[in-house]
Design a protein around this ligand. Structure first.
Ligand code: PLP
Length: 397
């Protein structure tokens, strides 16, 4: 079992705060500032442009992809870093569509994160080949996987409720009707054991600033099943996905395998921060993370339900169907979350009425959970949220 009292020491957490929002932005690894400073001074500062060769900046997206791969059950050379998750969703869906024909439905669910659906919409419109984006309720997905479906595009863990899809079963079902799958692992990577190769998943994407603690703006990752990676011609055919970027050929020739899913210049400084975090993740067993996360979530649900009857559980009660977050519904959820934050418990709010709390065992323990419940109980029973200042909406909720 991981020594969680040790891992908690490896993160800088703001004083007098219980942080249950690591599912949205992971905290700073204490080793990251020195790591970034050394990169800036020794690499950018001393090497300037020579850093691309000498410091290995050019290989960084694949090298870090190979560090993410074992965390999601992917083989070496099947994951590469870069861009934002929105871009990676677009790339993966475009590639999947290229590998299917005679079908016109992209199937997703109404619980998917809006940017995934927006990007799909934009892509399908620009392709102008009669594709339709069909969304059904999460529980209706199983019945909606028909032979019209070209691509099943889902986020494993619902960002609002934490409800979790069964990657293995849905991938198998999609394949049985001849469809391909794109899995978004935004709320899975660093939260759950995932076995992409074992599930035979076609494409997967995810971000590194949530559970993986890569910092705001850390790059996304894309996984492409190795037998697809050498066939597909990337829709975003950037120069760094070219077979020989520095040949400066007039025409695009896709790079080898996963390399072709690179687009442009990688975010080198940001990846130094991510590497500091991956050093911590390297010694961590995902099964331990998962079992502790379930333990903490179950404790939280039991305590909140016992003490705050006005909050209604919005997450699946069955831990096996839930990711690493717990959500409660409350009509004045925005104001209540503001009041809770003012008392030192950071969670977040998702419209229209969801108060969301993330459980991240690397740096959250059962004392934190009990302290969090204390604050929630205090805010709810005193109606401390019902003052004008807590009703003022800020840009980021
Ligand atoms: C967090 C999240 C995103 C964010 O996309 P960015 O391009 O990184 O801003 C996208 N999709 C899902 C499912 C998410 O949870």
């Amino acid at each position: 079992m991981i020594d969680f009292t040790h891992t908690k020491q490896l993160f800088q957490l703001p004083g007098n705060v219980v942080y249950l929002d690591g599912n949205s932005l992971g905290p700073l690894p204490k080793s990251a500032p020195a790591r970034i400073e050394a990169m800036l001074r020794d690499e950018w500062g001393e090497m300037v442009i020579r850093g691309w060769n000498r410091a290995g900046w050019m290989q960084q997206p694949s090298r870090i992809g190979n560090r993410i791969a074992p965390m999601i059950g992917a083989p070496e050379h099947s994951v590469v870093m870069g861009d934002t998750l929105s871009i990676k969703v677009y790339q993966a869906l475009a590639a999947a569509l290229e590998l299917t024909d005679d079908r016109n439905v992209v199937l997703s669910d109404t619980g998917n994160f809006p940017t995934d659906l927006y990007m799909a919409d934009g892509l399908l419109r620009s392709l102008d080949r009669g594709y339709v984006l069909k969304t059904v309720e999460p529980d209706a997905i199983v019945d909606a996987i028909t032979e019209e479906v070209a691509v099943l595009m889902l986020t494993q863990v619902d960002y609002r409720t934490g409800r979790m899809h069964d990657i293995a079963a849905l991938t198998e079902q999609a394949h049985s009707v001849g469809a391909l799958v794109v899995w978004d692992l935004a709320h899975s990577a660093g939260a759950l054991p995932i076995d992409l190769a074992g599930c035979n998943a076609d494409f997967a994407v995810g971000c590194t600033y949530k559970y993986l603690n890569g910092g705001p703006g850390a790059p996304a990752f894309i996984y492409v099943r190795p037998d697809h990676a050498n066939i597909v011609r990337p829709a975003l055919s950037g120069w760094l996905g070219h077979e020989a970027p520095f040949a400066f050929d007039r025409d695009y020739r896709p790079g080898l395998g996963i390399e072709r899913f690179r687009v442009g210049t990688p975010p080198v400084i940001q990846m130094a921060a991510l590497e500091a975090s991956l050093d911590i993740w390297e010694s961590v067993d995902m099964a331990d993370i998962r079992s502790r996360s379930v333990e903490l979530s179950e404790l939280f649900i039991a305590e909140v339900e016992a003490r705050c009857p006005m909050l209604q559980l919005a997450s699946p009660r069955d831990a096996a169907r839930r990711g690493s977050q717990v959500s409660f519904k409350f009509d004045n959820g925005y104001a209540a979350m503001q009041a809770v934050i003012a008392r030192g418990l950071i969670g977040d709010f998702r419209a229209p009425d969801i108060m969301r709390f993330g459980f991240t065992p690397l740096y959250i323990d059962s004392d934190d959970v009990l302290a969090a419940v204390e604050i929630i109980d205090d805010v709810m029973s005193s109606r401390a949220w019902d003052v004008p200042e807590f009703h003022q909406r800020m840009a980021v909720t």
